[in-house]
Design a protein around this ligand. Structure first.
Ligand SMILES: C[S@@+](CC[C@H](N)C(=O)[O-])C[C@H]1O[C@@H](n2cnc3c(N)ncnc32)[C@H](O)[C@@H]1O
Length: 246
């Protein structure tokens, strides 16, 4: 039985942890949301409870994970379908208008999109929250004609998470600003220009990590150029952030 809109409004929605809450905020109202790698199913449930999604296709490569999601929904009465499959393989093109890929590595997210590129291009919006590999994901999106719609940074349990929403729109993939460090994708232009409040501490933490790695490498007598350019790029963006904040 489907829960009515009135039921949804009167029922208090459970709060998600900050990274998922932010992903929900970045999810537009959609007819069908594909929650790929749903695991526990909390995001799918919140998307339905909040009315952001009318229907959800919750999928996971792991049967055990999907079972967790099914238990969460047991008797909840929402319009949800569970599919055990890898990436987008269980969805047909255009079946869902929005897609969430949360809590996975950035390289995995990129490979899921690449494996089913026609379906990926058909989404109105893809909301992503990479656990790592942000640079690889941003680079892949840019190279494959996906324009960034929005970016956010949240601190959750002492860790910083970056969120990215994008859609296939090759004409909207803009050249990087001339002040942006060349080939640097660890952080995003949109988040920096929005002066996301968690952006500065996240960049400072990354800078200190790079400095430590560089010092260790210097002790061993070999400083990898990639580490150096990561450090220099981060430093340049910290300066830019501070200069442009009013
Ligand atoms: C760390 S959990 C994240 C769960 C939830 N999306 C979140 O952000 O809290 C990652 C989930 O992705 C699933 N997964 C990993 N590779 C996948 C793939 N290729 N296709 C679908 N699901 C995958 C895992 O089984 C796991 O349940």
């Amino acid at each position: 039985m489907e829960r009515s809109a009135a039921d949804n409004r009167t029922r208090r929605r459970r709060r998600l942890r900050p990274r998922l809450e932010k992903a929900l905020e970045m999810t537009p109202g959609c007819a069908v949301l594909a929650d790929v790698g749903c695991d526990h199913g909390q995001f799918s449930l919140a998307a339905l409870e909040s009315g952001r999604a009318k229907r959800v296709i919750a999928s996971d490569i792991s049967e055990a994970s999907l079972q967790k999601a099914m238990r969460l929904f047991c008797g909840a009465g929402y319009d949800i379908e569970f599919r055990c499959c890898a990436g987008l393989s269980g969805c047909s093109e255009g079946e869902a208008d929005c897609c969430a890929l949360l809590g996975m590595g950035g390289e995995l997210i990129a490979s899921i999109l690449e494996s089913d590129i026609i379906k990926a291009r058909a989404f109105r919006l893809i909301v992503m929250q990479p656990m790592r590999g942000e640079a690889e994901l941003r680079h892949w999106l840019r190279e494959n004609g996906f324009a960034i719609a929005n970016e956010a940074v949240v601190r959750d349990d002492g860790r910083y998470y970056q969120l990215i929403s994008a859609r296939y729109a090759p004409d909207e993939v803009l050249p990087l600003p001339e002040w942006w460090p060349e080939g640097f994708f660890q952080f995003g232009v949109t988040a920096l220009e929005k002066h996301e409040s968690a952006m500065l501490p996240m960049m400072e933490r990354y800078l200190s990590m790079m400095e430590k790695k560089l010092n260790k490498a210097a002790e061993k007598g070999a400083v990898p150029p990639l580490l150096q350019s990561e450090r220099d790029g981060t430093l340049a963006l910290i300066r830019r952030y501070k200069e442009t904040i009013s």
